[in-house]
Design a protein around this ligand. Structure first.
Ligand code: DMJ
Length: 635
């Protein structure tokens, strides 16, 4: 775990012009001096005595504050102090020793390597033999993508998903050939020309017809996978003065026209609802919409549409898509929250949140992601009319640090838990694999897509940015350990963390040489792996931002585990039933996001940083890159 940057007030080890730490002595001395009372006080013996008492009192308070064990955030610090109140005295003496021995705090400095222009990590990437290693590993990822596509093409072309073991297709997402569209921009980025042609041809000849005749689809899934995939392919194949990464496939306008037809139908979810919160389901053939059977929408689903609808308005010149989608976020701004954290359900009928369950896993996750990304996608200016989104994001991340972050025992893995009964209910040390998107988002929010080195040189990082970046690094480490703690080297869908207050019945991961075996508990029902992307997504973002090669090595380990246990010889890759058991039973499903996200992020993790750079593109939640307007035009 990196210890270079702080995310709690307690372990501040660094300083910059915006946040200057001073020693306790200096603070007291300066306060007395500036108030002009120091001289008067010290001139009489009662004054000297009182000054001494005060100094010792403050030193005692300082000791007690610093000796309450590992802490994660300001809010958590409070909890730990309450739980361990009786430890304060016993730790007092060592706290005093630490206090006196503390070295003077130095201003933040770049290392000689960093001053020289390239940090040592950056140089590692430029080393020719290391470069060759990553080029060859990247090719292995491309080979995996081709293998995944070949299985899909052979057994399931035109279906939403491949069942690789039974070698057939299944329509789990409404029948729009979701794998074709989700995979297309990955093929473009990888230069897999044949696949671009095959997918492009299918979209040109089949998709509009499907959209016209199909029935029920989920608004969110269709937006992030199909609409997002089409828009990204439009840009990457040369539309909107785009990149023209490929000559294969149809003219870019084919993708745009199809996207418009689809979005026109999806709009009914917004217009049919009595509030700004859209219904969850749309019937494509008659452009009607209705709520889910229980009447509720997921908060993340209602708030994860705006990147796609905004970009469509930008390139089509028709503001209606953006107007409808942005009403949702404007409305969410007005609702009550718990330090920026929100319940996972919302009612389109009343427009209010429903229940109290707060989590960053399923149904909550991309609400937080899009607060940041929608703002970044529109240029990320502090003075735009979207600043409210950045403020909502920033407040929510404070809420995460204060209310949801804890450390496991015995080895101190930092994780994000849940509040299933709201802010006054008990904390649950449960973390969905889905939460592993968060480190990437935190790192992106801290540097706004620049490298950490660049952002530090330009003095762009606030104390809060640094807290978030440190939390991002720690969480990425935890997400990686969720893989390496299991026998297969693949993460379960959900992990529980062993804490001082909480121990859950369940399995350990099975990798007996892992140091974290007793920190992570896996329940029977949560042992499966769906080939999800969140951890490799964060590895990619963290690598681009910190340039630390360990993230690439971790990504490679995960890729090798996918190769070993999920590859199906006859084509495709399969989800697994149990990652703690060798050989793992296969689930017979290849999710579309394995091609759309997991393999794309792995490929980009091993690529040079100028391929889809993070300060010029925003990835939608399904890994479809959309250009940041101002950035792309000025490059
Ligand atoms: C994807 O469809 C998206 O990343 C979504 O935001 C969350 N779930 C899956 C991947 O796990």
């Amino acid at each position: 775990m990196s210890d270079s940057l702080p995310y709690s007030m307690k372990d501040v080890k660094y300083d910059n012009a915006k946040f200057r730490q001073r020693s306790l002595y200096k603070v007291i001395n300066q306060t007395l001096l500036t108030r002009n009372i120091k001289r008067d006080w010290l001139s009489c013996s009662t004054g000297k005595f009182l000054a001494l008492v005060m100094l010792f009192g403050l030193a005692y308070l300082f000791m007690a504050h610093t000796s309450s064990g590992p802490q994660v955030s300001g809010g958590l610090a409070k909890d730990v102090m309450v739980n361990k109140g009786d430890k304060i005295n016993s730790d007092g003496i060592s706290g005093l020793r630490r206090f006196w021995r503390k070295p003077p705090r130095l201003p933040p400095r770049l290392s000689p390597d960093e001053k020289g222009g390239k940090n040592s990590f950056g140089r590692e990437a430029e080393n020719p033999s290391s470069r060759l290693k990553w080029v060859s590993r990247q090719q292995k990822v491309k080979d995996a993508f081709i293998h995944a596509w070949s299985g899909y093409k052979k057994h399931a072309m035109g279906y939403d998903e491949l069942m690789p073991v039974s070698q057939r297709g299944v329509d789990g997402l409404g029948g729009l050939g979701a794998t074709v569209v989700d995979a297309l921009d990955t093929a473009i980025i990888m230069g897999a020309d044949e696949i671009v042609s095959e997918a492009g041809l299918w979209i040109e000849t089949q998709l509009l017809d499907r959209i016209k005749h199909k029935g029920q689809v989920n608004l969110f899934e269709t937006t992030i996978r199909v609409l997002g995939g089409l828009l990204s392919a439009y840009h990457l194949s040369g539309g909107d003065e785009g990149m023209k990464l490929t000559r294969n496939g149809p003219k870019p306008t084919v993708y745009l026209d199809t996207a418009r037809d689809l979005a026109d139908r999806l709009l009914s979810a917004f217009t049919a609802s009595p509030t700004s919160v859209p219904y969850s389901d749309v019937i494509l053939r008659d452009s009607s919409a209705h709520p889910a059977p229980d009447g509720l929408s997921s908060t993340s689903e209602a708030s994860t549409l705006q990147l796609e609808f905004n970009y469509l308005s930008m390139v089509s010149g028709d503001p209606k898509y953006s107007l409808e989608a942005m009403k949702v976020l404007e409305h969410l701004k007005t609702l009550p929250k718990v330090e920026g954290l929100v319940p996972i359900y919302i009612s389109p009928q009343s427009g209010q949140f429903s229940g109290e369950n707060i989590r960053l896993g399923s149904r909550g996750d991309s609400y937080y992601e899009y607060l940041l990304k929608v703002w970044l996608h529109q240029g990320g200016s502090q003075n735009s009319n979207l600043t409210y989104l950045y403020e909502m994001y920033s407040e929510a991340m404070k809420g995460v640090r204060n209310r949801l972050v804890r450390k496991s025992v015995p080895n101190g893995l930092v994780f994000v838990g849940e509040l299933p009964y709201g802010s006054n209910g008990a904390f649950s040390p449960k973390m969905d694999h889905l939460v592993c998107f968060l480190p990437g988002t935190l790192a992106l929010g801290a540097t706004k897509g620049k490298t950490k080195e660049r952002a530090m040189k330009d003095d762009l990082l606030t104390f809060e940015d640094l807290e978030n970046l440190k939390l991002a690094e720690d969480l990425t480490h935890t997400c990686f350990q969720m893989y390496s703690v299991t026998s297969t080297g693949l993460a379960p869908e959900i992990a529980y963390f062993h804490t001082e207050e909480y121990s859950e019945e369940g399995l350990d991961g099975g990798n007996k040489i892992s140091k974290y075996l007793s920190d992570i508990i896996i329940k029977h029902a949560d042992r499966h792996n769906l080939l999800r992307p969140e951890t490799v997504e964060s590895l990619f973002v963290l690598y681009r931002i910190t340039e630390d090669p360990k993230y690439r090595e971790w990504g490679w380990q995960i890729f090798e585990a996918f190769e070993k246990y999920t590859k199906v010889d006859t084509g495709g890759y399969s989800s697994l039933d149990d990652v703690t058991h060798i050989p793992p039973r296969r689930r017979d499903k290849m999710e579309t996001f394995f091609l759309g996200e997991t393999l794309k992020y792995l490929y980009l993790l091993f690529s040079d940083s100028d391929v889809i750079p993070l300060d010029k593109f925003v990835f939608n939640t399904e890994a479809h890159p959309l250009p940041i307007k101002a950035a792309v035009r000025s490059s």
